[in-house]
Design a protein around this ligand. Structure first.
Ligand SMILES: [Zn+2]
Length: 343
């Protein structure tokens, strides 16, 4: 190699090194740009989805087409309804004492229900209002937004006097309300703990005050739910009320004021779950219960109630008359129905 050839070789080596360096720089810049572009588009679409979710009461077709809803934070794994836990919650409520208006037990049960629902990650508020001159405290727990929107309800108060008592001297005592009051609350609290937190739409659990003092001076039936429906912001797709659902000798017949279509869906699910002997698809009683204010407002509603209960409005309405199996039959049925309906 002569000196001329050597200097030419040096020249080309310099240039190819420079070209290689430029190429590497170009590739690095292109990679960085692509990465940034992706980050921007991801954060942009989730910001849009969030904004739309907050501003719209229900997901519109346009918004779901343009920006798919981001998945919820952490889906909870499915948990079986625990009838034993629900039964223990019946015992707990009865041990507080009768949850009659103005009593310490009434205050304590409200405090406890709020704590249990918050622990199960529901948004909870106490609706303090009044109805026909009586103070009302309904406990409202919410999850999700938009539609489908369903409400599950039960009353938590117990009756001031056991006026169905055979023994006249006991008729002025309050009702312990193990089945009539505590059973519905216990099932709804265990549902609140068992339901997956990523169900689409909106679910409310409402624990109603002052259902159970009808035919007593200064009181009406279903005062808490009447106050609630009057102040309801919008029209849910339906409401399911459960009351007296824990009787160890359980027969739940179709109820006369209930929406027949919604009731048929629930009884069909119960049959599929193996509870055909407990959910009997025959009309038997027609009852004033917390479903009525919804029906009067044009909202389909169902009352799941076992009204063949010999201890109704007596001092014998105690936890030994309630069984975990009966609470489970209702809890299982509702979980399955909700998973099939909220989608
Ligand atoms: Zn009652």
């Amino acid at each position: 190699m002569d000196s001329k050839t050597r200097s030419a070789a040096k020249f080309w080596l310099r240039w190819s090194l420079l070209l290689a360096a430029l190429l590497a720089l170009g590739l690095a810049l292109a990679a960085l740009f692509r990465q940034n572009g992706e980050r921007i588009s991801v954060s942009g679409s989730s910001a849009t989805a969030q904004r739309e979710d907050h501003s719209l009461p229900s997901a519109s077709i346009t918004s779901s087409r343009v920006t798919p809803t981001p998945p919820p934070a952490t889906p909870t794994p499915p948990k079986q309804f625990d009838g034993q836990k629900a039964w223990e919650d019946v015992v707990f409520q009865v041990n507080l004492g009768a949850r009659i208006p103005g009593s310490e037990a009434h205050d304590k049960v409200v405090e406890w229900m709020v704590a249990e629902l918050e622990r199960a990650n529901w948004q909870v508020e106490i609706q303090e209002t009044e109805f026909s001159g009586k103070e009302i405290k309904n406990v409202i727990a919410r999850r999700g937004q938009g539609f489908p929107w369903y409400i599950l309800g039960a009353h938590y108060d117990s009756r001031l006097v056991a006026d169905r008592e055979a023994e006249p001297s006991k008729r002025s005592q309050p009702v312990p309300g193990a089945n009539d009051g505590a059973s519905g609350v216990a099932v709804l609290l265990e549902l609140a703990r068992s339901l997956p937190n990523d169900l689409p739409g909106q679910l409310w659990i409402v624990l109603f005050d002052l259902e159970d003092n009808g035919n007593l001076p200064e009181y009406e039936w279903i005062m808490g739910s009447q106050a609630f429906v009057t102040q309801l912001p919008g029209k849910p797709d339906g409401a399911i009320i459960i009351d007296m659902v824990g009787d160890a000798d359980q027969q739940i017949y179709l109820e006369g004021n209930s929406d027949p279509n919604l009731a048929a869906q629930i009884w069909e699910v119960a049959e599929r779950q193996g509870y055909a002997d407990r959910f009997i698809p025959e009309l038997k009683h027609t009852i004033i219960d917390d479903h009525l204010p919804f029906i009067r407002a044009g909202i389909p509603a169902v009352d799941i109630i076992d009204f063949d209960y010999p201890y109704w409005h007596t001092t014998q309405d105690t936890a030994d008359k309630v069984s975990p199996e009966s609470l489970t039959a209702v809890g299982d049925t509702l979980i399955t129905w909700l998973k099939e309906t909220l989608r």
